[in-house]
Design a protein around this ligand. Structure first.
Ligand SMILES: [Zn+2]
Length: 332
């Protein structure tokens, strides 16, 4: 019997456009507006198989799902800053508006809604097309446009709600996901692997290769910092030589991709020099890795990517890559 064709669930919602960062902020609603417009047209510039993609609405993350990662005090502080329309929280980078708290709960819950559907075997993979992004957000601190750590919340939810113990998070946003690393650096059951521009040159200044986790979590943090100007070749070599062996030895039960598209050569938020074709390879790699280690349990979450048209092109390539690999899906 032949395997069923891959099916991809995408979480989207116009509410994500309601997090208003003002006219001059790179993390703008225009990013997702561009994505949703192309999605509504069936991504006409890409060769995505008909009927392969269905959409799913998000749900707000519940308090207890958020407090697995963030403090109660921080959630109150964030809510209050938004409702009082304070303009930003802690640093002008973290611009917020009246709707930001409500939208951030939806962004954190989007992955959770997707995980439930994956666990019901309704799809091969799922992605959350969300904002605000999450990977810089720490336990009680917003950072770098991020308020709630969407990927960290999703990893804990997958463990606690569905009893998938070993979660691997691969983060190829151009920047180091300090918040994800901090959430799990002493936890041997969540492996955080990040490939990013070297902290000497790049925000937020963490993600040195010496950072390998601590205590019981020593060895399940892996940072692969790249010098400015690094391109596809280096990333592809690391996939083969470092990332595949890490996947093989950790053997994750679920795979989360922190998918930021700001490493592209023409995205001026980093000095990396990726081509848009690299994202197709990353899509194929994610699908193949999930098929090998955790079939049907692949979730990606949108992080950075700040030029709307370029974001759409790179995301479309990534989706093509994801869908091109027939899933190895025994027994589901
Ligand atoms: Zn980034």
């Amino acid at each position: 019997m032949s395997l069923p064709p891959p099916k991809l669930l995408l979480v989207n919602d116009d509410d994500f456009l309601q997090h208003d960062t003002g006219l001059d902020h790179p993390e703008s609603p225009a990013r997702l507006q561009a994505v949703y417009q192309r999605q509504a047209l069936g991504f006409p510039d890409h060769r995505l198989p008909a009927d392969a993609i269905s959409t799913l609405p998000p749900r707000p993350a519940a308090r207890r799902e958020l407090t697995a990662i963030h403090t109660e005090e921080y959630l109150l502080r964030l809510e209050e800053a938004a409702l009082a329309e304070r303009g930003y929280l802690d640093h002008p980078d973290n611009r917020l508006s009246y709707d930001t708290y409500r939208v951030a709960l939806l962004a954190a819950g989007a992955g959770l809604a997707a995980i439930d559907r994956l666990e019901a075997a309704n799809a091969t993979a799922a992605g959350a097309l969300i904002r605000p992004p999450g990977h810089h957000a720490e336990r009680s601190t917003p950072l770098g446009f991020c308020f709630l750590n969407n990927a960290a919340v999703a990893a804990r939810y997958w463990q606690q709600r569905h009893d998938r113990k070993k979660i691997m998070i691969i983060d190829w946003d151009a920047h180091h996901g300090n918040g994800i690393q901090a959430a799990f650096e002493d936890d041997p059951e969540v492996f955080y692997l990040s490939i990013h521009e070297h902290p000497t040159w790049s925000f937020p200044g963490t993600g040195w290769s010496e950072e390998r986790g601590q205590g019981a979590g020593r060895g399940t943090t892996l940072n692969l910092p790249l010098p400015p100007g690094s391109g596809d070749d280096l990333v592809l070599r690391l996939l083969d030589e470092v990332i595949d062996p890490a996947l093989q030895s950790f053997a994750p039960e679920a795979l989360i991709i922190a998918a930021g598209f700001d490493g592209h050569h023409h995205d001026d938020m980093s000095g990396l020099s990726y081509s848009s074709e690299l994202y197709r390879r990353l899509g194929r790699h994610a699908a193949a890795s999930a098929a090998r280690h955790c079939p049907g349990r692949l979730l990606f979450l949108l992080e950075g990517g700040y030029q709307p048209d370029l974001l759409v092109r790179c995301l479309g390539n990534f989706l093509e890559g994801l869908l091109a690999v027939p899933p190895d899906h025994p027994g589901r």
